[in-house]
Design a protein around this ligand. Structure first.
Ligand code: FAD
Length: 262
């Protein structure tokens, strides 16, 4: 058996249960408060722990980019069982777009020399769903997206990739990057022992300069995306109420025909 060292990209986000706020100037999400582990990334962490376990060796390293040296979300993932974390935090990163974020994460991941990189298909707060494939491109790795099942056998990756019609079976050599869907595995709850152990696990905090990145490539200055406007979602119009007087089924058929789904 071959040891499996897995890197998981873990985004720390404002608590979705709390009302979010936008900066009136940049129209960016305010991230100055406490951040938590994005639920979407708990699946990648669990998948990584199971793959390292099945390989009988190797471990899990978390990689995150977040403002203000934030580690709360990382501690949650460390409590689940990850061995260590790399956090990139630097004022110069403010206003970074998805490509700049991918450049930063790719540079941090390169240091860990993983056999496999896992990320979620999309984050809960930004959900462009573009960062992981950009990381793969920058690292020259094959990427397999929308995984609903991931296995490693004989040094090669076997993925069931969710599609609209069912799933594709994909095989690819390692190292590779895989994005996992919610439901790929059931994330464990951190145990009390895990929470205590997480407090002393290493978190390597790096700056842009530590990664050898050019400051012009990241932050607002390097961004090619800009939020130009934010408008509230249209409220839903009231639906049509149909009283069934024996011909309700006919009204349903007519409605579906109108939508061209029949
Ligand atoms: C206008 C703008 C301003 C921004 N300002 C800042 C800022 O001030 N400070 C800052 O730190 N970031 C900033 N960002 C970066 C932003 O928070 C996202 O990390 C980045 O844009 C990725 O986009 P997404 O959330 O849509 O990722 P998606 O592509 O939807 O994410 C998919 C997966 O990639 C991984 N991933 C994505 N982002 C990260 C991350 N940051 N760390 C670890 N894993 C990740 C996760 O596994 C995630 O589930 C800004 C982005 C924009 C567009």
């Amino acid at each position: 058996m071959q040891a499996m060292n897995v890197v998981v990209c873990v985004k720390q986000i404002p608590d979705p249960a709390a009302p979010g706020a936008l900066d009136p100037g940049t129209k960016n999400l305010v991230r100055s408060g406490k951040l938590i582990l994005d639920d979407s990334d708990a699946y990648g962490v669990e998948m990584a722990l199971q793959l390292a376990d099945a390989a009988g060796g190797g471990d899990v390293t978390l990689v995150s980019m977040a403002p203000n040296g934030e580690v709360s979300g990382l501690r949650t993932a460390l409590a689940m069982g990850a061995a260590r974390a790399i956090l990139v935090s630097d004022d110069a990163l403010a206003g970074s777009d998805a490509l700049s974020t991918a450049k930063v994460l790719a540079a941090a991941i390169r240091r860990a020399e993983p056999d496999l990189v896992l990320a979620a298909t999309e984050s809960t707060d930004g959900y462009t769903g573009t960062t992981p494939v950009q990381i793969a491109e920058l690292l020259g790795l094959p990427s397999v997206t929308f995984a609903k099942k991931v296995e490693v056998a004989d040094g090669s990756l076997k993925v069931e990739r969710q599609t609209e019609a069912g799933y594709d079976e994909v095989e690819c050599p390692l190292p590779a990057l895989v994005t996992v869907t919610a439901g790929v595995v059931e994330p464990r709850y951190p145990s009390f022992k895990g929470i205590m152990a997480a407090k002393s696990k290493p978190v390597d905090t790096l700056t842009v300069a530590d990664l050898g990145l050019d400051g012009d490539q990241v932050g607002a200055g390097g961004a090619r995306q800009e939020v130009t406007d934010v408008v509230p979602a249209e409220s839903r119009a009231a639906g049509e109420l149909v009283v069934d007087e024996g011909e309700g089924h006919q009204r349903i058929i007519e409605f579906l025909e109108q939508l061209k789904v029949l």
